[in-house]
Design a protein around this ligand. Structure first.
Ligand code: IPM
Ligand code: MG
Length: 366
């Protein structure tokens, strides 16, 4: 079998640093062919647009795409005609048909002290956000006249059906519960969402379904996160709720994601952004990208053993107390850790070294 072809899209800000870190880990667990392309602000600088047809084609021909982050103050503008880095990401999602965004939230036992929530709240949390990624208000008609602007939220039953299928399939292999999040008390798209999800649920008698309004879901996520198994929701609600859910893991720097379509290459990327304030300082947390690389191995190139090995190595490095600055507990809230070695604050490279040191690579192919 030839080596899987991976397109690396480092993007902007801390993107190049964290993608380089993930590449080191990938090189340890298998043989891959890597090519690197520009996207986001880097592509705007080079080509005047956030995603070129050539880069999209390169991604289409790959087995999987590993992306860092896009965006930064340099390209911020309220001019509707100015190119925006985020168009690169959205163009990639649409262009590759990646309608299903999976964001697993499973706080590391070593990091409960790093979450702003109390340990007893977080304990037992193991949830998966299944976010619809190519519809809704992100892609509806929009426009601006002098002092009026609009963005339209549109969903078809077919779009809802396929993402609901993803969520129910996932739940069937987990704890068997889907919470579908909408705003059906106000939005027409949400009422179609609810009806369609009910219809899909009928085909999964073993999976329990409940519906929750998005404002309540935002509250429940911090009040009782362990009650969730799979959260199924539309594009913008999923964007917001997944950032909120990330804080259950201690830092936005911990959350990986997989964006999948029907069989073509997926895009694997950390949920966090380009963090321009710390770009180039060598202190970005590479773990969300390393964990995204693990998701890529599992969902993108059929190497589940290597994926688990990476996830275990991350856990082991954290258990040894290795921490990037975003994971350091707030001084006054340091939990008692009498039987643990002291936490060691490190940069991107040392954290990656720590993961590599824990990686159990056998001679057998993983
Ligand atoms: C995400 C990001 C993107 C989104 C931005 C960068 C367009 O926030 O992946 O969650 O809103 O989808
Ligand atoms: Mg987001």
């Amino acid at each position: 079998m030839s080596a899987p072809l991976i397109v690396l899209l480092p993007g902007d800000g801390v993107g190049p640093e964290i993608v380089a870190a993930a590449r080191r880990v990938l090189e340890r667990v298998g043989a891959f062919e890597f090519t690197e392309e520009v996207v986001g602000g880097a592509s705007i600088d080079a080509h005047g647009m956030a995603l070129t047809e050539q880069v999209l084609d390169a991604c289409r021909e790959a087995d999987a795409v590993l992306l860092g982050a896009v965006g930064g103050p340099k390209w911020d503008s309220t001019d509707p005609d100015a190119p925006r880095p985020e168009q690169g990401l959205l163009g990639l999602r649409k262009g590759l048909g990646l309608y299903a965004n999976l964001r697993p939230v499973h706080p590391s036992p070593a990091l409960v002290g790093a979450s702003p929530l109390r340990e007893e709240r977080i304990r037992g949390t193991d949830l998966l956000v299944v976010r619809e990624l190519t519809g809704g208000i992100y892609f509806g008609d929009r426009g601006r006249e002098a002092d009026r602007a609009h963005d339209t939220c549109v969903y078809t039953a077919a779009e809802i059906e396929r993402i609901a299928g993803t969520a129910f399939d996932a739940a069937a292999g987990r704890r068997g519960r889907v919470t579908s999040v909408d705003k059906a008390n106000v939005l027409e798209t949400s009422r179609l969402w609810r009806e369609t999800v009910d219809r899909v649920a009928a085909g999964y008698p073993r999976v329990e379904l409940d519906h929750m309004l998005v404002d309540n879901a935002a509250m429940q996520l911090v009040a009782a996160p362990a009650r969730f198994d799979v959260i199924l929701t539309e594009n913008m609600f999923g964007d917001i709720l997944s950032d909120e859910a990330a804080m259950l893991t201690g830092s936005l720097g911990m959350l990986p994601s997989a964006s999948l379509g029907d069989g073509g290459p997926g895009v694997f990327e950390p949920v966090h952004g380009s963090a321009p304030d710390i770009a180039g300082k060598g202190i970005a947390n590479p773990l969300a990208t390393i964990l995204s690389a693990a998701l890529m191995l599992r969902h993108g190139v059929g190497m589940p053993g290597a994926a688990s090995a990476i996830e275990e190595a991350v856990e082991a490095a954290l258990a040894r107390g290795i921490r990037t600055p975003d994971l350091a507990p707030v001084e006054s809230e340091v939990p008692p850790m009498s039987d643990l070695p002291g936490e060691v604050a490190v940069g991107t490279e040392e954290m990656t070294d720590a993961v590599l040191a824990e990686l159990q690579v056998s001679d057998e192919p993983l």
